[in-house]
Design a protein around this ligand. Structure first.
Ligand code: PGA
Length: 253
């Protein structure tokens, strides 16, 4: 039985004080939830302050990005060693905003996944199509390409330590969520790709999250689908009440 997982991606939001306050509220309200994995992804500057708030709780910490080398002359970049050192368990890799604004390719994403796994971080690898690709009927082709190249040379042990977030780009930050049926269709397709490459056992245990305008109003429908194991929440994770509601609904109450 796969566990549900709700992750809050704060993107480039929240000062240290704001981040601590948000983490405190979330921790207080969710401290009895044990059926759902919960993780927060603050910006780099707030990672340690948030770690201090949640370190002995049921809430894990993650970072939004990292570099694929562990040290060296990479001005401005963040090593996976630092991310582990600061208390992170998870790392988001290949978010569509990084693919779009920072020209991240599937090859770069593949290197980052491998390094993250070497450092025992759990990568949340984002896959998703643009509106134009969807309208041209290319969604499955795009996802398959991102999966095949992103997971290149990973064995089944490495794959089983990885999570995927399906995030249709047309649904991110637009208020336009994929319907549960549309999302489920692609989640099932992704599970099929995992199965083809790594076998049924890995596929059956593999967590696949949905991301794109998830809110308290639409989480119920999404989470009921067989292959949707949780959500990567952006905008709604900045509001304590919304994020708390999403986790509680996922937990069944
Ligand atoms: P959104 O972002 O919930 O604001 O659409 C999701 C994401 O980008 O991870």
């Amino acid at each position: 039985m796969r566990r549900k997982f709700i992750a809050g991606n704060w993107k480039m939001n929240k000062t240290i004080e704001e981040a601590k306050e948000l983490a405190e509220e979330i921790k207080t309200e969710l401290n009895e939830i044990d059926k759902v994995d919960i993780a927060l992804f603050p910006p780099f500057t707030a990672l340690y302050p948030v770690y201090e708030v949640i370190k002995d709780s049921n809430i894990a910490l993650g970072a939004q990005n990292m570099w694929y080398e562990s040290k060296g002359a990479y001005t401005g970049e963040t090593s996976p060693a630092f991310i582990v050192d600061i208390g992170c368990k998870y790392i988001i890799i290949g978010h569509s905003e990084r693919r779009k604004y920072f020209n991240e390719t599937d090859e770069l994403i593949n290197r980052k996944i491998k390094t993250a796994l070497e450092w025992k971080l759990t990568p949340i690898v984002c896959l998703g199509e643009t509106l134009e690709q969807r309208e041209k009927g290319e969604t499955q082709k795009v996802i398959e390409h991102q999966f095949n190249h992103g997971f290149m040379d990973l064995d089944s042990v490495q794959a089983s330590r990885t999570t995927i977030a399906y995030e249709p780009i047309w649904a991110i930050g637009t208020g336009q969520t994929a319907t549960p049926e549309i999302a489920e269709q692609i989640h099932k397709f992704i599970r099929g790709l995992v199965q083809k490459e790594y076998g049924s056992q890995t596929a059956d245990n593999f967590q696949i999250l949905y991301g794109g305008s998830v809110k308290p109003e639409n989480i119920d429908g999404l989470i009921q689908e067989l292959d949707i194991d949780g959500a990567l929440v952006g905008g709604a994770s900045l509001n304590p009440k919304s994020f708390i509601d999403i986790v509680k609904k996922t937990s069944g109450g």
